[in-house]
Design a protein around this ligand. Structure first.
Ligand code: F6R
Length: 241
């Protein structure tokens, strides 16, 4: 694991943006894996600014998001479809039909999981995947105990995740209890991974990922098995390492 320590959230976002922009320039048809949540918002702002100021183009890029809540329509402001449009897709020249987020309202959710895996295969796999990390070590919505062999699947969210994510909803009762997520095996097959973390609330999880054992009880620990992972984190998130 490479570790890039930054002095602030802004610097973490800039460093991540630099890597993505370089890769898009080298390979304009890059397949880019994306995450939602608070952590990548600054990165997406950097990509938007760079697109406007320097003209980096995403017209041949395809994107694959990690996850989506089950039961939220795409136009629900708390859905990850909505998040991605409003934090990134609407502001760069990426054709919307080249973006992929699991459909949490599909009639047949098992079929949707298979379709998503098939889509990733058709695209030749994910070249570069951006990840955040949950306080309980989840990546995507792969909660503690998820098999390292899992592929895109349906999960029951833990109480911890529901509580932490309730900040994006009016009340905790509105937070869906299930989601679709890319599996651990799907994530491990990405050619390159960048995990972002900021703030003291992530310090324990980051320390356990870096220094703890590889175990399904702590999903992010699987990344130690991957040959090309870079952690970009600020000093608050790295304070226990
Ligand atoms: C989001 C995702 C989650 C988040 C994690 C951290 O697509 O897959 O694993 O990355 O919950 O969320 P934030 O960034 O809000 O702390």
């Amino acid at each position: 694991m490479n570790i890039i320590r930054t002095s602030s959230y802004e610097e973490m976002s800039m460093q991540a943006a630099k890597i993505i922009i370089k890769q898009v320039k080298n390979n304009p048809a890059l397949t880019l894996g994306l995450a939602t949540g608070s952590t990548p918002i600054g990165l997406y702002k950097e990509l938007i600014n760079d697109h406007h100021n320097n003209g980096t183009s995403y017209k041949d890029v395809h994107t694959i998001n990690l996850d989506e809540y089950i039961g939220l329509p795409k136009d629900n402001p708390s859905s990850y479809h909505f998040f991605m449009k409003h934090q990134l897709f609407n502001y760069i020249d990426l054709p919307i039909e080249q973006t992929n987020v699991p459909n949490g309202t599909a009639e047949d959710l098992e079929r949707e999981c298979e379709r998503y895996e098939e889509k990733i295969r058709q695209l030749g796999g994910i070249d570069l995947q951006i990840l955040g990390i949950g306080q309980n070590g989840h990546i995507g919505f792969n909660e503690p105990g998820t098999s390292f062999e899992s592929r895109t699947h349906i999960v029951q969210l833990t109480e911890n995740t529901i509580e932490v994510n309730s900040r994006f909803f009016n009340t905790i009762d509105e937070v869906p209890t299930k989601s679709i997520t890319m599996g651990i095996q799907t994530i491990l097959e990405c050619k390159e991974i960048i995990l972002l973390a900021s703030g003291a609330s992530k310090a324990k999880a980051i320390a356990r990922m870096i220094n703890g054992p590889v175990s399904e009880e702590f999903p992010a620990s699987c990344l130690k098995k991957h040959p090309n992972v870079t952690i970009i984190a600020d000093s608050d998130a790295l304070q226990l390492v």
